[in-house]
Design a protein around this ligand. Structure first.
Ligand code: CP3
Length: 343
């Protein structure tokens, strides 16, 4: 199916575009009353993730309602641990919870490299339904968590400010950590390839907990595996987003990927210098800027666009949109990008 709007794909490849493309991390979700209505018709988040027709519906909602230039498949990064044999629960107002975690070498016996066709068939089906229903309107983004971030949940068992149990393993059982990280990496590569095969036009790797590691450990325990993923995915453009990894930007410049995501703490000009001209940058408006007035959102968005310049930029926030943001403010952000960058 020919894409009618392929702006993000062209921007990712470094081709000239009529204007800067825009989408938002976490655009499919709680900011939209239309999402909450679908979500409340089921018993929970995981039921929605595992229902391909409804997952497709909430994937497409932000395209219709917010006017973004891409859809991102409605799922979660935690489907990988589950497919490896470590199921999760999503506890209302608290977040993910793993009844079992990885603590020792013996625990590896209970997990396996995920088989995308059998264990993750529901995501693959959701992608197929979404592609059919999008009918080429905008590209579909596939995604996975980076091995380090997935490792954090598999070892810690839940969200944390420090992930000190996960970080402890890097010091006390580094060989076990690396074995687990490699299993996650192998699972992720086949999973992303299955997403692409089903129709994902571009894929993003989310390293949400990059910022809690020291630079040397980040190279050893995270970049090493992100590098493997980037090199293995040759079919479509890849975006690497490592939140808080300002110390790793020079190293990220050498990844075999098209786009690097910036969080809102990263200076745009400095990052462009560190990454060089051969990659597209994605980001990076402060998610809290959307709490401002319409005029303030507009001004902040224009300032961001001026700093990135017209080429090799995909506009986004510096992290996922917060659940209590007014969708009208998101529309101001999206429309400002579209109008101000058009030339
Ligand atoms: C760390 C992480 C997770 N999940 C994800 C990350 C990486 C990105 C980031 O750093 O934000 C990625 C993710 N999660 C979700 C998407 C869907 C697509 C999108 O719109 O971006 C994506 C890309 C849906 C979701 N994932 C989750 C929800 C909310 C669940 C609900 O509907 O109640 C949604 C829409 C739940 C989730 N899932 C996760 C947490 C910590 C939580 C609870 C806290 C929270 O809600 O943000 C793990």
């Amino acid at each position: 199916m020919e894409l009618k709007n392929d702006l993000i794909l062209r921007a990712a490849r470094g081709e000239k575009t009529e204007r800067t493309p825009v989408w938002l991390m976490r655009q499919a979700g709680r900011i939209l009353p239309e999402y909450r209505a679908v979500r409340n018709s089921l018993s929970g988040f995981i039921e929605l993730v595992k229902n391909p027709d409804l997952a497709a519906e909430v994937t497409i909602q932000p395209v219709d309602i917010l006017g973004v230039d891409a859809a991102i498949i409605f799922s979660d990064i935690l489907v990988i641990p589950e497919a490896m044999g470590l199921p999760y629960e999503m506890i209302e107002k608290k977040g993910p919870w793993f009844p079992n975690t990885i603590k020792s070498e013996a625990d590896l016996k209970n997990i396996r490299i995920a088989d995308s066709s059998s264990d993750l068939g529901y995501v693959i089906d959701a992608i197929k339904v979404t592609k059919r229903e999008l009918a080429g309107r905008v590209p579909l983004i596939g995604f996975a968590g980076a091995p380090w971030t997935i490792f954090c949940y598999m070892v810690e068992g839940h969200g944390s400010k420090t992930f000190s149990n996960a970080r402890k393993m890097l010091y006390t059982q580094p060989a076990l950590a690396e074995k687990l990280m490699q299993m996650i990496t192998d699972s992720t590569i086949t999973y992303l390839k299955a997403q692409i095969e089903a129709g994902a036009d571009i894929v993003q790797v989310f390293d949400s907990w990059a910022g809690i590691l020291p630079a040397d450990q980040y190279e050893q325990f995270s970049m090493k595996y992100i590098r493997q993923i980037c090199s293995a995915i040759t079919e479509v453009p890849v975006t690497a987003f490592a939140k808080g990894a300002y110390f790793a930007r020079k190293s990220m410049a050498t990844l075999d990927c098209e786009t690097i995501g910036l969080d809102w703490n990263m200076d745009i000009t400095e990052t462009r210098e560190l990454i060089g001209p051969n990659k597209t940058l994605q980001g990076n408006l402060d998610p809290c800027a959307l709490y401002g007035s319409n005029a303030e959102v507009e001004a902040a968005t224009k300032k961001m666009l001026d700093a990135f310049g017209p080429d090799r930029h995909i506009a986004n926030l510096g992290h996922g949109v917060y659940p209590d943001i007014d969708p009208e403010k998101v529309k101001v952000f999206v429309n400002t990008v579209k109008e101000y960058s058009a030339r």
